[in-house]
Design a protein around this ligand. Structure first.
Ligand SMILES: NC(=O)c1ccc[n+]([C@@H]2O[C@H](COP(=O)([O-])OP(=O)(O)OC[C@H]3O[C@@H](n4cnc5c(N)ncnc54)[C@H](O)[C@@H]3O)[C@@H](O)[C@H]2O)c1
Length: 346
C-alpha cells in the first residue's frame, strides 16, 4: 500500500539539512519529519527541536524508520550513505557534489541506477527564478545563437560565517575546493543554458594554506554550438560579501545578464529594444508571462516519491557536472592544456 505521507529522514543535520527541512515545511508536501542522524549529537538534537524529527542513534536505525532519505552530510560520506539507502530501495535526495571525485560519483550513480530508486540532487539553482528566466531568454529564437558567456562566481571561503564548516578546508572530506564544492552549480547551469561543452582548458590556484583546496579556478569552455565561455570561481576572505554570481551571455541579437544568485536582477537588451531589468517579486510575473511555473524542488521530490515517477534534477544530471569539473582539474594539472569532454545528457 503506498504511503500517503512520506516519512522523511535526514542524514546530516547541518546547514543544508536545515534548508531542506524549511523548504519541505513551506512546500505543503505530504511529508513528515520522521528522523535525523548526525554523529554530532548536539546538531541532531537542535535539528530535532527545530523541525520535529526524532533523533536516531545510527544510520541503520534511521533508514529502518523512513520512506525517503536526504543525504546532507559532508561530501565524502555521500557515496556509502547513498549506497546503503539505495540497497534498501529507499528514494533519496543527495546533495551536490555527489562525491569527492569523478570515480566515486560514477559508482554512487551506478548504485542508485541498479536499485532503480527515485533520486534527486541539490542542484537548486535550476529552480531559482532568476536562473529559469535566463534559460528562457537564451532559448528564445529571437536572441539568435549564443556567442559567448562570462560567468563569475565569488564567495568567502566557507569555513567561516554562516557556513562555519571546517570540512570545506579538508580535501579528504570535501574532495577539492571552489570548483567542485561551489561551482559545480555553475558548470551545470552553463550546459543547462548553453548546451553541451566539448572541450575545456583550466587553471587553478591556491592562496589559503589548505592542501588540495583550490581557491581560484578559471575555465575556458568550448560549446558544441560554437559558443565560447569562461568561468571564474573564487573563494576570498571578504566575509561581509554574500555569495554572488554575475553572468553575461552574449547572443547574436540579445545581451543577457544575471546579477546576484537567486533573485536577480536579470537584465537584457534585444536588438532594436530597450534595456530591461527584472528582479525580486517581478521575476515570478515575468516567468508566468512566459508560461514557466516555478516549483519548490523539495515538494517536487516528495511528489515524485509518492507517484514513483522520476525526480529531477537527478543524480545522473549531477554526474555530468562532475565530468566537466574533472576535465577542468585534469586540464589545470597539465598547465591548462585542452581536455576533450565526451557527450552527455544535459
Ligand atoms: N545545494 C547547495 O546549494 C548546497 C549548499 C550548501 C551545502 N551543500 C552540500 O551539502 C553537504 C553538506 O553541507 P553543509 O553546508 O550542510 O555542511 P555542515 O557542516 O553544515 O553539515 C554537515 C553535517 O554532516 C554530518 N555528518 C558527517 N558524517 C555523517 C554521517 N556519516 N552521517 C550523518 N551525518 C554526518 C556532520 O556532523 C555535519 O553536522 C555538502 O556536500 C555540501 O557540498 C549544498
Amino acid at each position: 500500500v503506498p504511503a500517503v505521507t512520506v516519512r522523511v529522514g535526514f542524514l546530516g543535520a547541518g546547514f543544508i539539512a536545515t534548508y531542506h527541512a524549511w523548504m519541505l515545511a513551506t512546500s505543503g508536501a505530504a511529508a513528515s519529519m520522521a528522523g535525523v542522524f548526525d554523529p554530532d549529537r548536539d546538531r541532531a538534537e537542535r535539528f530535532s527541536r527545530d523541525h520535529g524529527a526524532r533523533v536516531h542513534p545510527s544510520v541503520e536505525a534511521l533508514l529502518d524508520a523512513v520512506d525517503a532519505v536526504y543525504v546532507c552530510t559532508w561530501t565524502s560520506e555521500h557515496r556509502h550513505l547513498v549506497g546503503e539507502a539505495a540497497a534498501r530501495g529507499l528514494p533519496l535526495f543527495c546533495e551536490k557534489p555527489l562525491a569527492t571525485d569523478l570515480a566515486d560519483a560514477t559508482d554512487l550513480v551506478a548504485s542508485v541506477h541498479r536499485a532503480g530508486v527515485v533520486n534527486q540532487v541539490g542542484l537548486v539553482l535550476r529552480d531559482a527564478p532568476a536562473c529559469l528566466l535566463v534559460r528562457s531568454l537564451v532559448g528564445d529564437p529571437d536572441a539568435g545563437r549564443v556567442m559567448s558567456v562570462v560567468f563569475r562566481d565569488d564567495q568567502y571561503l566557507p569555513v567561516e560565517g554562516m557556513y562555519g564548516s571546517t570540512w570545506r578546508a579538508d580535501a579528504a572530506r570535501a574532495g577539492s575546493g571552489t570548483l567542485l564544492e561551489h561551482s559545480i552549480h555553475d558548470l551545470d547551469l552553463l550546459e543547462w543554458w548553453c548546451g553541451p561543452v566539448t572541450s575545456v582548458c583550466a587553471r587553478t590556484a591556491q592562496f589559503h594554506p589548505h592542501e588540495g583546496i583550490e581557491d581560484v579556478a578559471v575555465g575556458l569552455l568550448a560549446f558544441e554550438s560554437g559558443a565560447t565561455g569562461s568561468l571564474t570561481s573564487v573563494w576570498h576572505d571578504v566575509v561581509e560579501r554574500p555569495s554572488l554570481r554575475r553572468v553575461e551571455i552574449f547572443c547574436e541579437r540579445r545581451w543577457i545578464a544575471l546579477e546576484g544568485d537567486l533573485t536577480g536582477p536579470v537584465r537584457w537588451q534585444q536588438r532594436g529594444g530597450p534595456a530591461v531589468a527584472v528582479e525580486g517579486e517581478e521575476l515570478s510575473d515575468e516567468l508566468a508571462r512566459r508560461g514557466i511555473a516555478p516549483r519548490n524542488p523539495d515538494g517536487a521530490f516528495i511528489a515524485a516519491v509518492l507517484s514513483g515517477t522520476p525526480a529531477s534534477p537527478d543524480l545522473a544530471t549531477a554526474l555530468r557536472a562532475h565530468v566537466l569539473a574533472d576535465a577542468c582539474y585534469r586540464s589545470a594539472a597539465s598547465g591548462g592544456a585542452p581536455v576533450e569532454v565526451g557527450h552527455g545528457a544535459t
